[in-house]
Design a protein. Structure first.
Length: 285
């Protein structure tokens, strides 16, 4: 069985091309620089990653077009999760235009920064769900970026749209540093009960105590995810370079290996590559 590692979630940005206003606060200083495909390839190789999924950062269709073109010229980036305005009336045409643009064959999904929406029921809006139906019709999946308080709307939406595949990013960002587990777990298990949802083991170290986290502090959350989704519906993701706020990509990869050591070889293969290959339709050759 292959030891291939697919990183199902990372980002890139070039500050000279597109400002990143969310990085201007003092605590984000380490991230306030360019992160290029070459930067990613170097750290990914160190962690044993050979393929990746590049995920949108901004609500900006031009960024998505640039990411698609980047993927077309990359030997590592195998798929792109981009952005499109779900509420625009001509969304089908926009999705078709993205697919027809340079590198458009790597477009596999759409994501919106739902976590930043002030309305906790944003996903339940009629115009948003109409857009999600168009995403499904285009043969794409939808990455769910939500906080725990938005999980009820996510659960309702997933149930309302059984024909659309959803991927939960960062396990809905549980409050690990605060030790919050029970309420998050109850909602996560409800979401995981829906067969059209998979999830990423990603983004956890930045929700933990960024200075003191270790594998054992994350274990309860990972064990809940493994039990709720099963390895065949979980995939590894680095959230690089955001993960640098708390640790390197190689350290996170090693941590996940430690946390999954009790699984079988086939189950670990699913998390580290098989699930992402299936969900994002990546080549296995």
């Amino acid at each position: 069985m292959s030891n291939s590692v697919v990183d199902a979630h990372h980002h890139l940005w070039d500050l000279s091309r597109r400002p990143q206003d969310w990085l201007t606060s003092p605590e984000m200083k380490i991230l306030y620089r360019d992160f290029s495909p070459a930067d990613y390839d170097a750290t990914a190789a160190e962690a044993g990653v050979d393929r990746s999924v590049l995920v949108q950062v901004l609500a900006d269709a031009d960024e998505t077009r640039e990411f698609l073109a980047t993927a077309a010229g990359s030997t590592t980036i195998a798929a792109v999760v981009g952005w499109a305005d779900l509420t625009r009336p001509d969304l089908p045409e926009e999705l078709a235009a993205l697919a027809a643009s340079p590198g458009g064959e790597t477009l596999r999904g759409i994501r919106h920064l739902v976590q930043a929406e002030p309305d906790p029921a944003w996903l339940s809006r009629d115009d948003v769900r109409a857009g999600l139906r168009h995403v499904a019709s285009a043969g794409l999946i939808y990455d769910l970026l939500v906080a725990p308080h938005q999980l009820p709307a996510a659960i309702e939406t997933v149930r309302a749209l059984p024909d659309l595949g959803f991927v939960l990013d960062h396990l809905a960002k549980p409050a690990i540093a605060a030790g919050e587990l029970r309420s998050w777990e109850a909602l996560l298990r409800q979401l995981a009960a829906e067969p059209n949802v998979t999830a990423k083991l990603s983004g956890l170290i930045t929700e933990a105590d960024r200075e003191r986290w270790d594998a054992e502090s994350l274990r309860p959350y990972v064990e809940v995810a493994v039990d709720a989704f099963g390895p065949d519906r979980l995939m590894f993701g680095s959230d690089w370079p955001v993960c640098l706020l708390a640790g390197s990509l190689p350290r996170w990869t090693d941590t996940v290996r430690t946390l999954l050591a009790g699984l079988s070889e086939a189950e670990r293969h699913a998390v580290f590559s098989g699930t992402a290959e299936r969900v994002y339709r990546l080549s296995t050759t």
